[in-house]
Design a protein around this ligand. Sequence first.
Ligand SMILES: [Ca+2]
Ligand SMILES: [Ca+2]
Ligand SMILES: [Ca+2]
Length: 314
Amino acid sequence: MASERFAISCTAVGLRDRSFASCVTAPLRSRLVVGPYTKFKNALRRWLVCGVSVVGLTGGAVVAKAEVFDSWADEVIAYTQGSNGLGGYADPAAALGEPSHDTGFAGAPEQVTSFNPAWMPDQLVSIGAGGELVVRFDQPVLDNPLGVHFGIDLLIFGNALLVDQGGVVSEVHHERGRVQVSQTGEPGSWREVVGVFADDAFPTEGYTDASDAFAFDGTAGSDFTVPVDPAFDPVDKTYQQVLAGYNGSGGGTGVDISVTGLGWIQYVRVYQDAGDAHSTEVDAFADVVPEPSGAVLLGLGACALLRWRGRRGV
Ligand SMILES: [Ca+2]
Ligand SMILES: [Ca+2]
Ligand SMILES: [Ca+2]
């Protein structure tokens, strides 16, 4: 997949040369299949795994095993459409994979913007009153501290939209679904993310450079793995001001899992109470991964040097 990304999987496994070599060479191979900025970030993240591996080698305990993941949810664990779910929008696999940059509504190659959300049944799954959707990530979604991406760890994309009135946003049209997270997906393991709702602000923005919300002339895809600043309020803003406020992000509901007391999660549940008059739709889930810091980069350089010297006995 063109948007393939990497993440860290810390597992209690023995460090082997093969995993280390894979760790070093995978970023180089990835350059063949991903975009320039994403390639750069992916490479740094993979090298971060190398750094952790060296720690494991010298400490003799838990080490990191290099694996390749994308940022999107991978598996549907459960799905039940509620009483007022949208007919035809009942395929839970629509919530797996990358959020929608474009929508084929009416057969036209329209772009998804915060005013023009995803439309198609293969893009969205509808929850409905009393319904639920449970998905699993292949990798742990880690808790980012407040200073990293505003503390947001997970993004949920729906079909919420900004309402235009006279050239500015009058309101965010949303159909809020409740959110729970879990490390295991087992009964009793679920923690409610209080005050955060799926299919809410911020509506998905597929491109960063469209001239108008309905011009569909964007060429630069937005980043679905970084959140919008939660302090940004799109109301009374023009479309260009909204784009500026998104600052390259593709939007999505931001979830900070620290409010649940969990340091990482791997399962996400979106559900609606019975009797809810709305119908929450979900397009996708994304893991928000921090950028490697300068100190980490220095560590990674040391990692590579140690490995090079080790191979040559110097
Ligand atoms: Ca994935
Ligand atoms: Ca967090
Ligand atoms: Ca989707």
